[in-house]
Structure formats: structure tokens, C-alpha cells
Unconditional design. Structure first.
Length: 307
């Protein structure tokens, strides 16, 4: 990828009024299976629906920038962009094209929108110089949205995936956010004294073990738990963790909440916890790993360190 060309491509898409709201993979697959969605007709199809395109679909500037960025691949029906661009809170973000099957895929979808809304509703004002860290940042949604509310904050984005950090860097630059980028697992190497920790970890059991999707054991809740504990250990007095994730509900019990409450209390944190959506990804319950699960709930966990 050519960072300068990708940044220029995002800027050019913005000038043209491009916008695309990314749905779930299941919805995406249904839409592109329609007979009139086999070939791209415009920017929306190319950089949103990840459809192949032929000559003349893109204007010369956009196509030249995509070529310079090295994101065009040959498809049996034409050429296809290996990246998508999605709009969120008036901003554009680059992320992986559909389908997101690669192990280093950078995911963006409905969870990204709900995570952004949670940050906007919970963050409030930040003191000048506040330290914000987005753990497992992916394309940088959490950090970039938070920076928009805390203009004088110091922003760090971490991710184990170098491809994610590369796109987060471009997305941050396009959206006017100055940040530090750290390739690490969780918060390893990040010093304590955090004022705000953000996390939108994977929470589904993925048989392929893809890092952007697999939440580990606890029915997919392990990474969420570990990120929350690591963040609590590094929060400054009065600092907050804003965690958006999913939890598998077993016979009416929420194992993630049951694990978080004592672990965060031991670290001097109070916890506010609520369900945002009671039932997501119901199709996952057909897998053997979820044989004892009632439903997968989307939850918000807000932990505040004692001052």
C-alpha cells in the first residue's frame, strides 16, 4: 500500500461526497447476490460493495490514485478494490474489502457505529493533555471519534495487526488526528496513567482463529475480559474504561459481567454495565461451541478508577 496515495484517495472521495454505511457480512452477501449487483456502476459499488468494475466506471483521478495505492486486483469480471471506505459520524475510514476472510483483515461494520455512538455518549469533556488509548484499534474508529471530542488529548492506538495500524494511520491523518501507533498485543508496552481506555474487542468464537474476530474462550469473552483488566491496571485515578463488546448469555446469566465485577473491584474500579442489544449474531448459535448459549448480547462496560 502507498500511504500518500491512499490518503489522497480518501480526500478525493470526500470531495465527491462519497458515503457508505457498511452492513453486516450477512446483509452484504445478500445484497451482492442480487442479479443487478454483479458489476460496479459507480464509486458506491466499487469502494462500498466491493464489486468488480470495468473501464470508465471510475473517473481518471480516482482510478489513478487507486492504482498508485496498489489496491486494485484483477477479478474474473474486471478489477476490484482490496479496500473499502465507509462513512461514520461524518468521517471516512478505510478498511478491508468484502469478504473479510484474510487473517490480517481490518473489520468495520455495525459494531463500529455502535462503538462510536457509545464513545460519543459516555466520553464527555477531557482535560487538556488527557491520555486516550484505543486498544486493538483496527481502523482507528474509537480513537478518532474520541479525539473529535477531546481536541487537546494525547492519542495512542494499539493493535497486534500491522495492516490495521497502517490503515489507522491513514484514517487518522485524513480526519486530522495526530496519534501514536504501537504494534502490540493489548496494552503491552503502554505505560500506566491512562485517562481514557477504549476497547471494541472481538467477541465471537472463530474456528479459523482470525485475530479480528476470535474472542477466545468464555464463549468469546476472554479477550474482552483481559483487555478490561489490563486497562484497569493502567488507569490513572479518575480514569475510565469504555468497553463495547458482546457476551454470550448462558441460562440467563452473563459470564462476562460475573467475571468483570470482582476483577475490576479488586483494581479500585466501579462498574456500570448494560445491554445495548439483547440479541446479535443469532446464526452463531448453530455452532457446537454455542450449544449451551441462550443468546449473544451486545454490552457496554464503563469502569471508573477511584480518584
Amino acid at each position: 500500500m502507498n500511504d500518500a496515495a491512499l490518503l489522497a484517495l480518501l480526500d478525493a472521495l470526500k470531495v465527491r461526497g462519497y458515503a457508505f454505511v457498511t452492513p453486516t457480512p450477512a446483509t452484504h452477501s445478500r445484497v451482492v447476490a442480487r442479479t443487478d449487483r454483479k458489476q460496479a456502476h459507480d464509486l458506491y459499488d466499487v469502494f462500498g460493495w466491493s464489486l468488480p468494475f470495468g473501464p470508465g466506471v471510475l473517473d481518471t483521478e480516482i482510478e489513478a490514485l487507486a492504482e498508485q495505492a496498489d489496491i486494485l486486483a484483477e477479478d474474473g469480471r474486471g478489477r476490484r478494490s482490496t479496500l473499502r471506505a465507509s462513512s461514520l459520524h461524518g468521517r471516512l475510514f478505510l478498511h478491508s474489502a468484502y469478504p473479510t476472510d484474510d487473517r490480517d483483515a481490518v473489520f468495520f461494520g455495525p459494531d463500529s457505529y455502535r462503538f462510536a455512538d457509545l464513545i460519543a455518549s459516555e466520553l464527555g469533556a477531557c482535560a487538556p493533555g488527557a491520555r486516550i488509548v484505543d486498544i486493538g484499534t483496527g481502523g482507528g474508529v474509537g480513537a478518532i471519534v474520541a479525539a473529535g471530542h477531546c481536541a487537546e488529548a494525547t492519542v495512542t492506538m494499539t493493535d497486534i495487526n500491522p495492516t490495521a495500524l497502517a490503515l489507522a494511520r491513514i484514517n487518522a491523518a485524513h480526519n486530522g488526528v495526530d496519534a501514536e501507533f504501537v504494534e502490540t498485543d493489548g496494552l503491552n508496552g503502554v505505560p500506566p496513567g491512562l485517562d481514557v481506555a477504549l476497547a471494541n474487542p472481538p467477541y465471537i468464537i472463530d474456528s479459523a482463529g482470525r485475530s479480528y474476530r476470535d474472542g477466545g474462550d468464555m464463549h468469546g469473552g476472554r479477550i474482552s475480559f483481559e483487555m478490561a483488566v489490563a486497562a484497569a491496571d493502567r488507569l490513572a485515578p479518575g480514569g475510565r474504561l469504555i468497553l463495547y463488546t458482546g457476551s454470550a448469555i448462558v441460562r440467563g446469566r452473563d459470564p462476562l459481567r460475573d467475571a468483570l465485577e470482582p476483577a475490576l473491584a479488586e483494581r479500585g474500579c466501579t462498574l456500570r454495565y448494560r445491554e445495548i442489544d439483547p440479541d446479535m449474531f443469532g446464526e452463531e448459535l448453530e455452532n457446537d461451541a454455542y450449544a449451551d448459549v441462550d443468546r449473544i448480547a451486545i454490552v457496554a462496560a464503563i469502569a471508573t478508577k477511584a480518584g
